[in-house]
Every structure is written in C-alpha cells, then in structure tokens.
Design a protein around this ligand. Structure first.
Ligand code: TXA
Ligand code: MG
Length: 325
C-alpha cells in the first residue's frame, strides 16, 4: 500500500474544518466528523437521511478517553474495553453533559468504540478528539465494506474517503448497553455473547422496552432494494426453479456452492468468512439486474447469530415483492 501519511494529513485537515469524511474501520466504513462539532455531526445526518433522534457512535483512540464522554464507566464496561479494544465492540454508557445532543439523539447515553483498523487508529490518535461515525450508507441501506461502496453511496457529496481496503470483519460492531441492572447486548456482532460473558458474567440480549433506541435494532434495516427471501437450501432450489419458470430473473446467494442453472454468488460456510463477504455480495446481487434475491439460510449456532440477524433484517427491509414477472 502507498504511504498513508498524506491521506491522513488531508483527512485531519478536513475533520478540523468540520467536514465529513469516509473512514475505514475493521467492521464497516463510517461517515465521520468531529464529535465535538455539532454542525459537522448534523451534516452526517443530512447526508445519510437519518432521523435526528438516532444516536451515533463516538470513536475514540483508546479506553483512557472513555471518561471524557461517559460520566461513569462501570467496572464490567472497563473490563470489556480492556478485553476487546481496539476492536468491534461498542459500549453504551451514561453520557457526560458536555456531549452534544445531536450525537446522543437527545438520550442520556453515549455509544463509544475504539476501532482496530490501523488507519482509523492512526487518525484518531493524531486527531486527539472523538469521531462521530455511523455506517457510511444511506439510512436503511446496506453498510459499506470498501471505499468503493462509500463512493457509490455518496459520490461527490463525500469527496474524501480514506481507502483502507476491504473491512476485515464485514458487519457492524457488537453493541453492549450499560443502562440497566445487567449489561445487555443490543446488536450482535463478531464478538459473541459467550466471549462477553467470559469477561463479565451473565448478560442480557435483545432489545427491551427500556433499551435505548438504535437504528441497527430496527426490524427492517441493512436492506437491499431487490425483494429478498431467506430460505433453507432445499426450499431455495424449489423456489428458484418455480420463479425462473414464471420468467423471473432470480439471483441466489448460496453457501459453498450454487445450485445448478442459477445465477448468483457463493459465500464460505464459516461464519467469520461469510460475514466478511456478506455486504459486498448483497450489493453486487442488488445491482445485478435480478428481480428476486434468494438467500440460503446459514446454519444455526452462536457463531452465526450476527449474520442471521443481518439477513433477517435485510429480508424484512427489502422492497416488497410484486407478483408480475
Ligand atoms: O461497527 C460499527 O459499529 C460501525 C463502525 C463505523 O464503527 N458503526 C455503526 O454505526 O454501525 P451505526 O450508526 O450505523 O450504528 C450504530 C448503532 C445505531 O443503531 C445507533 O442507534 C446505536 O449504535 N447507538 C449509538 N449511540 C447510541 C446510544 N447512545 N444509545 C443507544 N444506541 C446507540
Ligand atoms: Mg448503520
């Protein structure tokens, strides 16, 4: 890779001017701005078309910056940061009163994460402050896992995208909230419940009525525009044949091997590799001229939970199918 220093210097200048940049992280690309500049953060919302009451994650250089944003950091939160940062884990903590409302969506909490991507870390260390960054996609659409995806999503509206290559993890961070009596996983990710419980003991999972709002917890999210069905392999093969017989242009996302006579893509039957390739595959299939996207349901099991979650939301959020061929 070419020397990243000039690109980082340019990104720093842009951030200090209050501009929004495309930021590589190990999970997905973010749309980043100075978290202490409310106008800059508002611009992220405008670009994404995101409702104003949805909070954004503040990315920080290390756990020593936690107290600048969070007014209290319970011991289990500190332990998770020590265990998994830099890495794909976001902590939801009580906010400091100095944190801008636009960052927290007006809630009493703030989301904090230290990403492990070397370019993001280098930028954060030089920047010194926090970077507010949601995933760099229009609201409800598929998260980007390459600089090219960000450019396709925003074009000239986001002229500076730091190119950090393909994201290693490929799906968004695990979110753990410290707002109730026990830590609660609000969004599953690469770091699993078992890994978290090994550090802090039993946690809750899923969203309850007292949980903070999180767009990643909306039922319809991370969605392609093509109607999408999630099916077991045998049912998928039947559906693909029937739809093709009706004249529909079917595209398939399969595990390990494509069924005969269908167009589509294959992802590996190992959860981490599948997650790494998932969003790029969904984007490619969404743009591939198909009228119906059939996705083979991956195996059950704790390692697949985050992938299952994203696929379920994608199927819920895709355009409703129409019956005409
Ligand atoms: O991996 C990731 O987390 C990526 C990269 C760029 O860091 N970011 C990401 O951001 O996925 P976003 O905004 O697309 O999703 C973050 C989720 C949202 O569902 C948001 O509502 C939630 O985190 N969130 C952020 N701050 C929160 C808070 N104070 N309380 C509750 N949820 C919060
Ligand atoms: Mg997002």
């Amino acid at each position: 890779m070419s020397d990243p220093a000039p690109a980082i210097a340019e990104a720093l200048d842009a951030l200090r001017r209050g501009e929004v940049i495309g930021l590589p992280t190990e999970t997905v690309y973010g749309l980043a701005a100075d978290a202490s500049n409310a106008d800059a953060v508002r611009r992220i919302f405008a670009l994404k078309g995101r409702p104003a009451d949805h909070p954004v994650i503040v990315h920080i250089a290390d756990a020593s910056a936690l107290r600048r944003w969070a007014r209290s950091v319970p011991a289990p939160a500190q332990a998770l940061a020590a265990a998994f940062w830099p890495g794909p884990l976001t902590l939801i903590l009580p906010r400091q009163s100095s944190v801008a409302d636009v960052v927290t969506g007006g809630q009493d909490t703030v989301g904090l994460r230290c990403p492990s991507h070397p370019l993001a870390l280098c930028l954060l260390r030089e920047f010194g402050g926090g970077l507010a960054a949601p995933s760099a996609n229009r609201f409800g659409h598929i998260s980007p896992t390459s600089a090219e995806h960000v450019r396709a999503e925003f074009g000239d509206d986001v002229p500076l995208v730091l190119d950090g290559g393909d994201c290693e993890v490929g799906i968004e961070s695990t979110i753990v909230a410290f707002t109730g009596s026990r830590p609660r996983i609000l969004r599953p990710g690469r770091i699993t419940r078992a890994e978290i419980e090994a550090v802090v003991g039993t946690v809750d999972a899923g969203v309850d009525s007292g949980s903070p709002r999180a767009s990643g917890t909306l039922e319809a999210h991370y969605a392609p525009r093509t109607p999408m069905l999630l099916l077991a392999r045998a049912a998928l093969e039947v559906e693909a044949r029937q739809q093709a017989a009706l004249g529909k242009r079917v595209r398939v996302l399969a595990l390990d091997a494509l069924p005969a006579n269908v167009q589509g893509l294959v992802l590996p039957a190992r959860a981490a590799d599948y997650a790494h390739g998932l969003y790029a595959a969904m984007r490619a299939l969404d743009e591939g001229g198909g009228q119906l996207l059939l996705v083979e349901r991956p195996p059950a099991g704790p390692g697949w939970l985050a992938v299952q979650d994203r696929l379920r939301r994608a199927a819920a959020g895709a355009e409703p199918g129409d019956d005409s061929p």
